[in-house]
Design a protein around this ligand. Structure first.
Ligand SMILES: Cc1ncc(COP(=O)(O)O)c(C=O)c1O
Length: 363
């Protein structure tokens, strides 16, 4: 069941109709892309077509794309697979990166941006090549990291740079050569494809030990029968990524109207480069949980912090890492727009939120 107004695209995107149709077509027959018979060859061709689409989306070669079950697996493969003994991750990474064993943590400033001078100093102190993981765009605030600059520093120290770009394609241009990353994570359901499919870009020549061993699929880099329908859907989603309304205009309009109604609101990461679809804001005295429930009753789906951690009512570690006081972090809600968002939906959000906020202030 979908609420009438879905504004939680960073948690997952509604699948595009063309993606669904392509997947249903695949699901109507048996498909094992490793089978030698004609059905298998057909499945293989469709998987390779999807690989070419995903590669084209980020300026890579198809042979540099390793398909996975999603961004979580791609992140785990990247972090564990390079063989480098030192791992540094930014303080605002998704939990699938942030929790990596013994990783040193690279701080961010009050705008949510990594501190490049600190990165340089940390790598100098480590004194050996390290794997550094810096996300391209944050899932909670939308803040876009200076990944190309980070890559320059990491390479000067002889290390490798991994970037979790799950939230970026279709929202900003993503080019692995311009960013000069060695490894990059993608997720199909963050670009209107299906859940359970993702990819790891592995720059040609970067050695990587598989996380999952098995039947030799994915050129022996990942065991397990390919999820053909999901990968085909991923390919179609990659072809269509970015198609839709001008989200930055809608988001800016939203923030202007919220600020006009309540000048005291804080938009987190507002001074940094941000994804045009994302707004993470809080208003004094209105707890995120209260706002979420009230908006849900009004038929509007938004999020507090990351969806993955919103089961627990903990303040967002991303906001805390930015120096946001705990009380303010507990008020932050995330609105994320996408390909099917309309101006009327934004109107409905502003009106409903204003009612909830006025009620809180009057209480
Ligand atoms: C930045 C980021 N990385 C990784 C993930 C995990 O993605 P997946 O659901 O494909 O495993 C998410 C999902 O919330 C995300 O936003």
């Amino acid at each position: 069941m979908r609420p009438s107004v879905y504004l939680d695209y960073n948690a997952t995107q509604p699948i595009r109709p063309a993606v669904r149709d392509a997947m249903i077509d695949v699901l109507s027959g048996p498909t094992n892309a490793s089978s030698v018979h004609r059905l298998g060859q057909n499945a293989r061709a469709r998987v390779e077509q999807a690989r070419a689409s995903v590669a084209a989306l980020i300026g890579a070669e198809p042979g540099e794309i390793l398909f996975t079950s999603g961004a979580t697996e791609a992140n785990a493969t990247a972090l564990a697979g390079t063989g480098l003994g030192h791992v540094v991750v930014s303080a605002v990474e998704h939990p699938s990166v942030r929790g990596f064993r013994d990783a040193a943590v690279l701080p961010v400033d009050g705008n949510g941006l990594i501190e490049l001078a600190t990165l340089d100093r940390m790598l100098g102190d480590i004194g050996e090549p390290a794997l550094v993981s810096v996300m391209l765009a944050n899932n909670e605030t939308g803040v876009i990291q200076p990944v190309a600059e980070a890559a320059r520093i990491v390479h000067a120290h002889g290390g490798l740079l991994h970037s979790d770009a799950a939230q970026a394609p279709g929202r900003i241009p993503v080019d692995v050569r311009a960013l000069d990353v060695d490894l990059m994570t993608l997720s199909a359901h963050k670009m209107a494809g299906p859940q359970g499919a993702g990819a790891l870009y592995i720059r040609d020549g970067v050695p990587l030990t598989p996380l999952l061993r098995g039947g030799g699929q994915e050129k022996r880099r990942r065991g397990g029968t390919e999820n053909v329908a999901a990968l085909v859907g991923f390919g179609v989603a990659a072809d269509l990524a970015g198609q839709g309304p001008d989200l930055a205009a809608l988001r800016d309009n939203l923030e202007q109207r919220l600020a006009a109604a309540a000048p005291e609101i804080t938009v987190h990461g507002a001074l940094a480069p941000r994804l045009g679809n994302t707004s993470c804001f809080g208003s004094p005295g209105l707890l995120a949980e209260t706002a979420l429930i009230a908006l849900d009753l009004a038929g509007i789906a938004v999020s507090s912090g990351a969806a993955c951690s919103s089961g627990a009512v903990e303040p967002s570690p991303v906001l805390l890492a930015m120096g946001v006081p705990e009380a303010r972090a507990r008020e932050a809600i995330r609105v994320s727009l996408g390909w099917a968002t309309t101006p009327e939906e934004v109107d409905h959000l502003v009106e409903s939120w204003s009612i909830v906020y006025r009620r809180t202030k009057a209480a």
